[in-house]
Design a protein around this ligand. Structure first.
Ligand code: FEO
Length: 406
């Protein structure tokens, strides 16, 4: 049965939720599910903005028929070709053969790659072009690499509405309300939104900054993303744009220290916790993560969240312990940068993990080491504990000075 939600006069939400999918993109755990959003605007012409993942296609098609209310579908605007939004494309085109597909050249080429689609009835648009629906005008804004190269957005000045594709989206299924101002976003969605941002588009901060510049030139009173709630309240929109500005400039969101450790028999954990306690007792927030126990997508988001990070790991097979090496490579793949960091290594006969971690980190931009790496020989002794405490004090003082703008 259809479950259409009205956003405003003539604008409808047609999407659905998947609360069963374990791994989004086969990579990211989504215990709170995910929504796939699609929107219909009814003017003198009707326009559908994107489709949905195959998981919610049947509901979506029922919603589309209900919202159209017997009218024909004139336009299908395709902003992004990733199948979580395009998987239902062919079923829409087959169900509404009179529809004109509105999109850019890159999407048009991809449509033929994904589907047995001959490219007929495609209206190719360029950056900044407009298309009138009657009372409203669609303006097309390109947003390459947010999150694929073909991505574009649509702005409707008469509605002050931005259809933002993946940008401003989040993991997390929607409940009864689809509006950000009717959920506890900061409490229930922010961690997922941050994790979504850094794992999906975090590598493309420059491109996100370009989108924010385009958004700054538009009067936006509503943001309709492809995942997560719709934004329509001015303070909420300003808050969200502010988060994206900080995230895409690779600036820390919070002052604090994320301590990431791996530990085979507990000694490196012991070192990491002695260090963390020394930082915390000076009034500086610390979070501690066992890199082998936490999902890498969560740790990636936390590493970007805080101003300072510590990597503590074991030497293993004459290298870095496996899960820490994977984590560091994932940080590198997402252009991690602009943080203060400290290193702790452990080894029973040839402690080298710190040197190898340093070799990886020195390739990252704007990273500044605090203190010297601390080497643990098998287990923490008094002398090693003293060095860990001195490092902890140096990190805490740096956080506090940075917080003061020092
Ligand atoms: Fe939600 Fe890049 O797809």
């Amino acid at each position: 049965m259809h479950n259409v939600k009205e956003i405003s006069n003539d604008l409808y939400y047609l999407g659905g939720n998947d609360r069963r999918l374990a791994l989004f993109e086969s990579a990211f755990p989504i215990p709170r599910g995910v929504s796939y959003n699609s929107y219909l605007l009814k003017d003198e012409k009707t326009a559908l903005f994107d489709t949905v993942d195959a998981a919610v296609c049947d509901l979506f098609l029922e919603n589309l028929a209900e919202a159209l209310g017997g009218r024909k579908l004139d336009y299908l605007v395709v902003h992004h070709m990733e199948p979580d939004h395009s998987a239902s494309f062919l079923r829409v085109v087959e169900s509404y053969p009179e529809v004109t597909v509105v999109t850019n050249k890159k999407v048009a080429a991809m449509l033929g790659n994904f589907f047995p689609f001959d490219g007929s009835k495609v209206l190719v648009v360029n950056e900044g072009e407009t298309l009138s629906l009657g009372k409203r005008t669609l303006t097309f804004l390109f947003a390459p690499m947010v999150h694929w190269p073909e991505v574009m957005m649509t702005y409707i000045p008469e509605e002050k509405t931005l259809f933002s594709a993946d940008a401003f989206g989040t993991f997390g299924a929607l409940g009864g309300s689809i509006f950000a101002d009717e959920v506890h976003f900061e409490r229930d969605f922010l961690d997922d939104a941050r994790r979504y941002y850094f794992n999906i588009v975090g590598k493309y901060g420059v491109q996100v900054q370009n989108v924010l510049k385009k958004a700054a030139g538009a009067d936006i009173a509503r943001i309709c993303p492809l995942h997560g709630p719709v934004w329509r309240e001015p303070a909420g929109i300003a808050w969200l744009l502010g988060k994206y500005n900080v995230w895409s400039k690779y600036e820390p969101e919070e002052s604090g220290v994320a301590v990431f450790y791996t530990s085979v028999y507990g000694h490196t954990q012991n070192a990491a916790e002695i260090l963390a306690a020394e930082i915390a007792k000076r009034g500086v927030f610390t979070a501690v993560y066992d890199v082998s126990a936490h999902h890498v997508s969560e740790m990636l988001a936390e590493a970007f969240r805080y101003s300072h990070v510590v990597f503590a790991t074991t030497t293993y097979n004459n290298g870095i312990f496996i899960s820490m090496e994977n984590f560091l490579n994932d940080l590198k793949a997402h252009a991690y940068r602009n943080r203060k960091y400290a290193l702790v290594e452990n080894g029973s006969w040839s402690p080298l993990a710190g040197t190898y971690m340093q070799d990886i980190i020195k390739e990252w931009k704007d990273m500044t080491q605090i203190g010297e790496k601390v080497t643990v020989l098998s287990s923490v002794k008094e002398e090693t504990a003293a060095r860990l405490k001195a490092l902890g004090e140096a990190i805490a003082e740096d956080v506090k000075n940075q917080s003061k703008g020092g």
